[in-house]
Design a binder for this molecule. Structure first.
Ligand code: 5AD
Ligand code: SF4
Length: 467
């Protein structure tokens, strides 16, 4: 195992990014080297996503490339994560000569998997995974922290309860221990992760003894000394007003909320088994806005769910206008084998779904343009991560998660959290100048020639939202 050169590739959501970090930290502690390309690697591990057909196709095509390399030289190919847990993924793994297969609950078996020369497949859900505290990521201001795994909901379109199993909350002690390590490593923004964070501590219907509610946990994390706290994702069925209250009275908790609505039509919500109505969703929005008038609202929407009529879709467009979302992840319904909607409902024609997505994207762009334009002239607290594509600029994001780009300035030429006055906005990116403590613009360093294009923020290619 010592000196094995491993390369890891991640598809999917933030939870998968966290899981890749967890596997990588195991490998490092076992003496492996982590390399940054397939060419340098003896072992390639692919952390997969199965939420829609597209990520599955991407994995299939990557495995095709890896199989070609393996025909020329020794190479161990590993498939991990959500797709690995499914029959569909195991068929793909067999077809492409995958050597190691680890479901999302078996990631701690990576050492055992690399020990022998045998094919190693593990699909069980290990209890110690929940207690495992990986070392903090190094050299980054931002970190993800998993507070729970799995999901107890059964949305009819969603494969995740099958891939990630029932909900298991991590103990508050493990979470806070991991947070302490992150703070010591210089992390300034932590995002709490779970498929349904609002149900933290309520596993399979029962509140776990001694576990705080999600709102209490948020307050604890908010008081830890970390500069910024975010969380994702919230399920409207479990959202409670005390979370909005905790956000309002704990300065470190960012006024950003990702609350997937999926559809604005009660008929479709029922067929999706979402367990809330449009009216209940709007009540949550009103509660959030009462506590946090400037809350930044993001959502997920599925377009073209089986049986969605033009009127149902209009209800979604109307809801979009009623809430005025700042941003949205919008998806065309993708039938996933093994889900109830795949088994019981028939898919709408592709062109109907694509045409509706086009209209929704146009609506979202309008709203994002309006919301972002309203930020021009305001001062935002921006976490600058590092160089944008054009090295005269830095990129980062606001407390509301808007991708933001600034020219490098004296005293703000590297990563950090800075006040930024926004002077220009597009629907997807804010542009501004870094201010000093007196609110004055800091002198610019190496500012590119006048007229040079502002760079786009790479933050736009951020990972998928959580399922
Ligand atoms: N088809 C399309 N989108 C889906 N999502 C989950 N399952 C599907 C599916 N079968 C979307 C939901 C979820 C996000 C992570 O992915 O909007 O919130
Ligand atoms: Fe994909 Fe969902 Fe698994 Fe994340 S949890 S990797 S989005 S299937």
């Amino acid at each position: 195992m010592v000196h094995t050169r491993c390369h890891l590739i991640t598809y999917g959501c933030q939870m998968n990014e966290y899981d890749t970090h967890l596997v990588q930290s195991q490998l490092v502690s076992l003496g492996a080297d982590i390399v940054s390309s397939v060419d340098e690697a003896d072992v390639v591990l692919v952390n997969t996503c199965a939420v829609r057909g597209k990520p599955v196709e991407k994995v299939r095509s990557l495995l095709g490339d890896l199989r070609k390399i393996k025909a020329r030289r020794p190479l161990v190919i590993g498939m991990m994560g959500c797709l690995a847990q499914l029959d569909e993924g195991q068929q793909i793994a067999r077809a492409f000569g995958v050597d190691i297969l680890l479901g999302p609950g078996s990631l701690l078996d990576i050492g055992k998997a690399l020990e022998g020369n045998e094919r190693f497949w593990a699909l069980h859900f290990r209890d110690d995974l929940h207690a495992h505290v990986p070392p903090p990521p190094q050299g980054t201001l931002q970190a993800h922290l998993t507070i729970m795994r799995g999901c107890d909901h059964h949305c009819t379109y969603c494969i995740v309860p099958t891939t990630r199993g029932p909900q298991v909350s991590r103990s508050p002690d493990d979470i806070l221990r991991e947070l302490d390590g992150m703070l010591a490593a210089g992390v300034q923004e932590v995002t709490l992760l779970g498929q349904n964070v609002n149900a933290y501590g309520v596993d399979q219907g029962a509140r776990l003894a001694g576990y705080p509610s999600f709102a209490q946990l948020l307050r604890q994390v908010g008081r830890s000394g970390v500069r910024r706290v975010k969380f994702t994702t919230s399920h409207p069925m479990n959202f409670t007003e005390d979370v909005a209250a905790a956000m309002a009275d704990t300065p470190a908790i960012c006024e950003f909320i990702h609350l997937p609505v999926q559809s604005g039509s009660d008929r479709v919500l029922r067929r999706m088994a979402r367990e809330y109505t449009r009216e209940q969703y709007l009540k949550h929005v009103a509660d959030i806005r009462r506590h946090l008038p400037h809350a930044v609202m993001a959502t997920d929407i599925i377009v073209g769910f089986p049986g969605e009529t033009e009127q149902d879709f209009q209800d979604t467009l109307d809801l979009y206008d009623e809430v005025g979302f700042d941003s949205a992840y919008m998806f065309i319904y993708s039938p996933r084998p093994g889900t109830p909607s795949y088994t019981h409902f028939s898919d709408l024609p592709r062109d109907v779904k694509t045409e509706r997505l086009g209209r929704l994207v146009a609506r979202q762009k309008d709203w994002s343009a309006r919301k972002n334009a309203a930020k021009v002239g305001t001062v935002q607290e921006v976490l600058l991560r590092g160089a944008a594509h054009d090295s005269g600029f830095l990129e980062g994001h606001t407390r509301g998660s808007h991708p933001t780009v600034v020219p490098r300035a004296a005293g703000a030429d590297g990563p950090g959290i800075y006040p930024v006055r926004i002077d220009h906005a597009t629907p997807h990116v804010l542009y501004g100048r870094v201010l000093d403590a007196q609110g004055q613009e800091r002198p610019l360093l190496n500012f590119p020639e006048a007229g040079q294009q502002r760079p786009e923020a790479a933050a736009l290619v951020s990972p998928l939202p959580m399922a």
